[in-house]
Design a protein around this ligand. Structure first.
Ligand SMILES: *Cc1c(COP(=O)(O)O)cnc(C)c1O
Ligand code: SF4
Length: 451
């Protein structure tokens, strides 16, 4: 039985935010240097080969905190956090894997391997439906780093925030945007965004997302956020920041060179009268265990910010109701608000992680039944698809037909939200595109809607 919450270091760490320097110094591991990780010696030659082969195609990065504090090496290769960061053989199809492995065996050149890797990436549906739409324009200029899909919320991808402290193997958003590294650029992007929001009184929420915007230095982040505060837009009520730093690098809020100024920035946001919500990604309760993570949560909350949590449901990582119930319950204890459970998107390594909708619903329901009402702020399981966020409410039988009951949590058209609708039951369906309307109807109600 593994213990998720205690590691000897954790209890030391939580004393007055004391963090041993060796740990608090961020060190990333990639294909280039992962063999330096002492624990890697526990892996078989096949497992190391898999990292090298799959890591040529899919992004691979981890760091010293994940390696030393989160992964339970005694449980590798089945350890969920190991699978979360380290490429696994079955993340590629056998022929894809063989193609790269053979090239490497025959000492092919970097260019040749890269070409093959690119070919495989195209086979992995890199741009699932709905990506890249809803790009807003201001006076004819496209705001390329933004997405305005739902009436009240606008997403903003600051060009400097397109990386993460470690990469999740289920994520396919590897850094495609090579950041232009000057503050002027950040300010130009932001001024367009401010004008756009000013012109759209329906927008209440601005969401900073990435990558992970909290990878940025405070100085850069402030170059984005301060002008927004200064613009004093009355209808903009909330700033959200999506981040996985709480689980991959909690020292961002504790002992990095600019941790204090980051918390000051959070303070400034809340003191300006805006709500600040940190949208934290936690995939497994173990990420909440270390003292550093707990301390970081405490410090963020001291600034007046709220922390809301979300995660996809992933086979081999968190596909048990007890894992979710424990995660939500712990989050509530620590003062976080469970927010979304997602179904994995139809891109990248999804075949390795995906779960039938029926199973997803059963896991959600069973976890939900086992937590108090305070954790039932969570909604799911939900698919972020082209028309909107669609929740699987359950399976039922209507007029003798077994059906999925669904509803929009968010819709491209706000009128769609909250109306139950029905799809034919299909035990193998993993995603919206696998579903057909129930009752022999030709289309789902939203497919006839021109919006
Ligand atoms: C989820 C999401 C949002 C935020 O929706 P909320 O339900 O308000 O959290 C905004 N834009 C896009 C594209 C999203 O997927
Ligand atoms: S932290 Fe988020 S954006 Fe970064 S790799 Fe993981 S899922 Fe992708």
């Amino acid at each position: 039985m593994q213990t998720f919450f205690e590691s000897p270091l954790s209890s030391v760490l939580s004393k007055d935010y004391l963090t041993p320097k060796s740990l608090a110094h961020y060190k990333s591991f990639t294909l280039r240097n992962f063999r330096e990780i002492p624990q890697i010696r526990r892996l078989s030659a096949e497992q190391i080969e898999a990292i090298e082969v799959v890591g040529r195609v899919l992004p691979f990065k981890t760091n010293n905190y994940v390696v030393n504090e989160l992964i339970d090496w005694a449980n590798v290769p089945n350890d969920p956090i190991f699978i979360l960061n380290f490429p696994q053989k079955d993340m590629l199809k056998p022929d894809q894997y063989e193609m790269i492995a053979n090239l490497m065996k025959h000492n092919a050149g970097v260019d040749e391997i890269d070409q093959a890797a690119m070919k495989i990436r195209w086979e992995l549906n890199p741009h699932p439906a709905g990506q890249g739409r809803n790009i807003p324009t201001y006076e004819g200029i496209k705001l390329k780093g933004s997405q305005h899909k739902y009436r009240e919320t606008i997403l903003f991808f600051p060009s400097h925030g397109q990386t993460c402290h470690a990469y999740c193997t289920f994520c396919f958003r590897w850094p495609q945007f090579v950041g232009m590294n000057d503050i002027k650029f950040a300010m130009r992007e932001t001024s367009l965004l401010i004008n756009y929001i000013k012109n759209h009184p329906e927008i209440t929420d601005l969401i900073f997302t990435g990558g992970d915007p909290l990878v940025m230095s405070t100085k850069l982040l402030a170059a984005y956020i301060n002008p927004i505060l200064k613009a004093n837009i009355r209808h903009l009520k909330t700033i959200r920041i999506g981040s996985k730093a709480l689980s991959y690098w909690p020292y961002r809020f504790l002992s990095d060179d600019d941790s204090e100024s980051l918390l000051d920035l959070f303070n400034n946001i809340t003191r300006s009268g805006k709500h600040l919500s940190i949208m934290a990604h936690f995939n497994h309760p173990r990420e909440l265990g270390p003292g550093a993570a707990k301390d970081a949560i405490k410090r963020i909350r001291e600034t007046g910010a709220e922390i809301r949590t979300q995660s996809p449901l992933l086979r081999r990582i968190n596909d048990h109701p007890e894992v979710w119930a424990r995660m939500w319950q712990t989050q509530v204890e620590l003062g976080c608000i469970p927010y979304y459970m997602f179904i994995v998107r139809d891109t990248g390594t999804h075949q390795y992680f995906e779960i039938p909708l029926e199973t997803a619903w059963n896991i959600f329901r069973s976890a939900y039944q086992n937590v108090s009402g305070l954790a039932r702020t969570v909604r799911g399981p939900s698919m972020s698809a082209r028309p909107g966020k669609i929740q699987v409410l359950g399976i039922s039988e209507i007029q003798g037909e077994k059906v999925f009951v669904l509803r929009f949590l968010q819709g491209r058209n706000p009128d769609w939200v909250g109306k139950p609708f029905f799809a034919r039951y299909d035990k193998n369906a993993n995603w919206l595109s696998d579903l057909k309307p129930a009752f022999n109807e030709k289309r789902f109600f939203y497919e006839t809607d021109p919006s």
